[in-house]
Ligand binder design. Structure first.
Ligand code: AMP
Ligand code: MG
Length: 281
């Protein structure tokens, strides 16, 4: 932590009891400083994150089965892709298991909703990233009634069981729900329509989804109330300021990795003997 964080990001962003309707999407919980302080700090903390991730990867190479999985949820334009590019982009790609979840394919639809998720879980030593996740199955699926209520209703419990199983088998979950305001989303969608280099991020359906904003808010509320657990808590991230959201996720990942208390894996050879051999090789 630095002087700019008065409390750890994990404490500042905990979802407990929070009302989605009350989220100030421009707030910077826990952080005291200006944008330039945040950007400066991000460049320093990215190096800390990269060093910790290298240790996780090294341990994985030596058989440690532990992993960290960052789960990113948020409405269109919330900045999920920016987190992947700018936060995860600062670590060694060899140690990253990235997966993005879109509309299920015909094959995926024939399986249980967790089928495609299980296939994408990080291997030991990896930093996994889910850009959208199994939570879409209680968000877009619920909001648009893509399955009957009796089906999505039971998914909250299924997700909690699944995540408990995951944490017990050595995966630390870092679940981040990103929130932008309806106005900020409009600004970002406009930019996607005005800049040819951003067209690729736009889908006409993104505009239609805006009409469902209240239904999404309710779905997010239930998601936080029902799936923020002791073993896998949700963090609620105000995301109007991109520099803040990137810094905050960096801090959450650093905290999660520090908790693993990683050391460099010991040599499975005798370094002194190998050095002597090298001298005469
Ligand atoms: P993007 O993240 O912009 O590539 O968009 C992916 C789209 O896939 C979003 O509109 C999601 O709501 C949608 N999506 C993701 N998972 C599911 C799911 N399980 N069922 C239906 N739509 C989904
Ligand atoms: Mg999109």
């Amino acid at each position: 932590m630095s002087e700019h964080w008065k409390i750890p990001a994990s404490r500042a962003l905990r979802a407990d009891g929070l009302r989605v309707a009350d989220i100030d999407t421009s707030a910077k919980p826990g952080f005291h400083g200006r944008k330039k302080d945040g950007e400066q700090l991000l460049s320093e903390r990215s190096k800390v994150l990269a060093a910790l991730q290298e240790k996780l990867y090294a341990n994985g190479r030596s058989g440690d089965n532990r992993s960290v999985l960052l789960v990113l949820q948020g409405m269109d334009t919330a900045g999920k892709g920016g987190i992947v590019r700018h936060v995860i982009g600062s670590v060694d790609p060899q140690g990253v298991d990235h997966a993005a979840f879109g509309i299920p394919t015909a094959k995926e639809k024939r399986h249980h909703f967790l089928w495609r998720i299980r296939k994408a879980l990080p291997r030991g030593g990896q930093l996994g990233v889910f850009d959208r996740s199994h939570y879409e199955d209680v968000l877009v699926v619920r909001v648009h009634g893509l399955v009957p209520e009796a089906i999505w209703e039971q998914r909250y419990a299924e997700i909690n069981d699944f995540e408990q199983e995951l944490t017990e088998s050595g995966t630390t979950l870092v679940k981040v729900a990103m929130f932008v305001s309806l106005d900020e989303q409009k600004k970002r969608l406009r930019e996607r329509l005005e800049r040819p280099d951003k067209y690729w991020k736009f889908s006409p359906g993104d505009i239609d989804e805006r009409a469902y904003w209240p239904a999404y808010q309710q779905a997010y509320q239930d998601l936080l109330d029902r799936t923020s657990t002791g073993h896998a808590p949700w963090y609620v991230l105000p995301a109007d300021a991109k520099w803040y959201s990137r810094l905050a996720v960096t801090e959450l990942l650093i905290e999660a990795l520090e908790k693993l208390d990683l050391n460099w894996p010991p040599a499975n050879f005798d370094p002194a003997a190998e050095l002597r051999r090298l001298d005469t090789a």
